[in-house]
Write a protein that binds this ligand. Structure first.
Ligand code: GDP
Ligand code: IMO
Ligand code: MG
Length: 422
């Protein structure tokens, strides 16, 4: 069987966690393939709300294997917090959660380096989540990283050498820090991590497929934050696109099945960087308020704007999306007019292809849609869709050339409509 991939098509926070949870019953295993605790994936069911950061969102559906893949970067200290919160609410993960030996470890000094680099950038800062993601991937690529598998062999020596190297780098920055308390927390996290089973995940994953079972790969961040194709340098440090699932799990491209591309019916972004359809006005405020657009983990207000179909079509192309999933259209329920960006006007020239630089001179060209003025959060089937709503989604499907298979109309697991298409 194949690995189906679910990934964000915008700047993250599209609602990946919720939909992975909804789709998990169709799969034997759920895997994360990139990113780390920069992610915050929210799930709601039975009146409970959970935010997952490193643990796959398939963990709440019984009897499924959940794997943290080799492409992920893992912080033991934050992992411990996440595990303990789940344990406190009655979820024991030990049997179901497996961790790749090839996943890289975020060391306490990686977090300090992240902060030092950001403060050195001053006004040009990326607005990272401060979780040490960039420095950890930097060490991976420069062949200086420590991996989960290293915990099993001479770890102390390797850890000390890495910390010394990082301290040396930090000494070149005008940056004060106190390593001791965070190191203490980190080492406690390491003990927690050791309670879990470390595996050669590429074998495990391919064996599951060879047994005729299906796997769902859960993306983190979004396509516009991809290190190659996103709004560089205002991106994260991993490949968030579908190809990242191959390298981040050890599965061949011909083992990828469906590619679920998930997007909000409008658009948000956290941190710095270009955002052509951003609304720095009362409408943007309203989207933030109605959509509760504040970071799942950091609480940072998310920047809000209209849906950008130019960027979305680019994302569909890069990922080979086979099915679309539209989230949070309920947030637009009260709007008289809903806008969608269908082209960019750059110095008088119109284009519907995403250019190299979207940081300046990009004027969105909008198409206006009549609002549906219906409480969509109660809608359970397509038969109840108002005409205006049908027009809006039909336009998006035609523009992107891919059907919208699932529509989410609220944060709860149950507020999900599966359309009878395909
Ligand atoms: P992720 O990082 O892609 O998993 O998304 P986040 O969890 O960071 O952000 C999505 C937010 O939207 C969470 O607070 C969800 O509970 C919420 N959410 C998900 N789907 C819907 C929806 O259809 N409608 C509304 N109103 N909220 C939703
Ligand atoms: P999920 O998986 C939204 C953003 C940060 C910053 C940039 C780089 O919940 O969708 P990093 O810490 O990765 O070096 O930060 O990427 N960012 C996210 N934005 N959702 C996320 O994850 C994000 N993970 C990172 O805000 O702009
Ligand atoms: Mg999130």
């Amino acid at each position: 069987m194949k690995v189906d991939v679910l990934l964000g098509l915008q700047w993250g926070d599209e609602g990946k966690g919720k939909i992975v949870d909804v789709l998990t019953p169709n799969y034997s295993a759920v895997t994360r393939f990139q990113g780390g605790p920069n992610a915050g994936h929210t799930l709601e069911f039975e009146g409970q709300k959970y935010v997952l950061r490193s643990i796959p969102s398939g963990i709440f559906q019984g009897g499924k294997v959940n794997i943290i893949g080799n492409g992920v970067v893992l912080d033991p200290a934050l992992f411990k917090v996440e595990v303990e919160q789940l344990e406190a609410s009655g979820h024991n993960l030990h049997e179901r959660l497996l961790i790749s030996r090839k996943a890289h470890l975020i060391l306490p000094t990686h977090r300090l380096l992240d902060a030092a680099y950001e403060s050195a950038k001053g006004k040009g800062k990326i607005g990272t989540t401060g979780k040490g993601i960039g420095p950890t991937y930097t060490d991976k690529i420069s062949r200086n990283g420590l991996r989960v598998g290293d915990i099993e062999i001479n770890f102390e020596e390797k850890y000390k050498a890495a910390i010394e190297r990082h301290k040396e780098i930090l000494s070149h920055y005008d940056f004060k820090y106190d390593l001791e308390p965070i190191e203490k927390e980190w080492l406690a996290g390491l003990e927690k991590l050791k309670e879990f089973r470390f595996i050669d995940s590429e074998h495990e994953i391919n064996n599951i497929l060879a047994d005729g079972k299906r796997i769902l790969a859960e993306g983190a961040q979004g396509t516009m934050l991809d290190v190659d194709f996103g709004s560089y340098p205002f991106v994260t440090s991993s490949n968030t696109i579908c190809a990242g699932a191959c390298t981040g799990l050890g599965v061949a491209p011909n083992k990828i099945g469906e590619v679920f591309g998930i997007f909000k019916a409008y658009c948000t972004r956290v941190g710095s960087g270009p955002f052509p359809t951003e609304l720095e006005n009362a409408t943007g405020e309203e989207l933030r308020k109605l959509g509760n657009e504040f970071g799942a983990v950091t609480g940072r207000p998310r920047r809000c704007g209209w849906i950008d179909l130019v960027a979305l079509r680019y994302a569909v192309m890069l990922n080979g999306v086979t099915q679309l999933i539209m989230m949070k259209s309920d947030v637009l329920d009260g709007f008289d007019t809903i806008r969608a960006c269908v082209a960019y006007n750059i110095n008088g020239r119109e284009t519907d292809e995403l250019p190299f630089d979207i940081s300046k001179d990009v004027e969105p060209v909008y198409m206006d849609f009549e609002g549906w003025k219906t409480d969509m959060s109660k809608v359970t089937s397509e038969a109840e869709f108002p005409e205006e709503y049908k027009e809006y989604i039909k336009f998006i499907e035609d523009y992107l050339g891919v059907p919208i298979k699932y529509i989410s109309v609220g944060p709860d697991r149950k507020q999900t409509i599966c359309r009878g298409i395909m």
